[in-house]
Design a protein around this ligand. Structure first.
Ligand code: MF3
Ligand code: CO
Ligand code: CO
Length: 267
């Protein structure tokens, strides 16, 4: 069920003006948790410990983790290291110097979902990884720049794809962004590739994520036997950034902006 309110013929819910405040609050908490976790990322740290701290922060805020119990998932975050594309499961493995990792957190505040992820580095960032992270971050921002009423979802995907491929990297096709709001995953599928003018038309009041995954090598992925961890087939490095956004009358509101300006790892 989509809940009440207007819906487009593609099944995309149109939220009300007042709903932006709920999304802002949820997005801000998710972003603040990602800000606060940054200082705990270092060589020797485990992803399991990072996840434990994230769960504690969600609880301390009086919020709920959207991922614990979601389709059997047991953790408050996904932590995807190096060639892991997404849905990395936190565990006992220690981070090594130069590892890059995506931490993805989704919280529920007063029924609203805030979903965001960004890249971190343990120790010293090498030049290839730095370029991958920069291009991935900037591709998300190019996608967000295409968000305004009258544009289409294909415009968003096209902006991301042309930027990434122009930098001789590849966009993952096997995972996409999604509508969210008072539910975690809802229509539409927000593809990170596409052709201008195709797909559903953006309307004021649509809420969704944009979360491009970019590989240094080929775009193909495979899911490991744990049924969650997605990795690059060619073992090349992968990066991802994710924002939750809402379409406004004249553009976009980013719900998951970093309260202390730490969205990028080289802040
Ligand atoms: N936060 C992820 C997303 O961006 C979804 C994680 S689902 C989980 O959509 F179960 F793996 F946590
Ligand atoms: Co998401
Ligand atoms: Co996410």
């Amino acid at each position: 069920m989509m809940g009440k309110g207007r819906q487009t013929r593609d099944g995309i819910r149109i939220y009300e003006d007042a709903d932006f405040a709920g999304m802002h609050k949820a997005g801000e908490l998710a972003a603040r948790i990602l800000d606060e976790i940054a200082e705990h990322v270092f060589p020797g740290q485990t992803t399991g410990e990072l996840d434990r701290m994230i769960e504690e922060k969600v609880d301390a805020a009086g919020a709920t983790s959207a991922t614990i119990g979601y389709r059997g998932y047991k953790h408050a975050s996904c932590i995807s290291v190096n060639h892991v594309v997404c849905h990395g499961i936190p565990g006992d493995k220690k981070l090594k110097d130069g590892d890059i990792l995506n931490i993805d957190v989704t919280v529920i505040v007063d029924g609203w979902f805030g979903d965001t992820s960004r890249m971190y580095v343990a120790g010293k960032l090498n030049r290839k990884a730095e370029r991958l992270i920069q291009v991935t971050h900037d591709s998300l921002m190019k996608g967000i720049e295409a968000v305004k009423p009258g544009n289409t979802f294909g415009d968003i995907g096209h902006a991301i794809q042309t930027y990434v491929e122009g930098n001789r990297m590849s966009v993952v096709r096997d995972f996409c962004g999604h509508g969210l709001g008072q539910v975690f995953h809802s229509p539409p599928n927000v593809l990170h590739y596409g052709r201008p003018g195709t797909g559903a038309v953006l309307e004021e009041g649509m809420f969704f994520t944009i979360e491009p995954m970019v590989n240094l090598g080929r775009p193909e992925t495979k899911v490991l036997a744990d049924d969650w961890t997605a990795v690059t087939r060619d073992k090349s490095l992968s990066a991802q950034f994710e924002h939750s956004v809402g379409v406004t009358a004249d553009g976009v509101e980013i719900f998951t902006l970093s309260p202390s300006g730490k969205f990028h790892p080289t802040y």
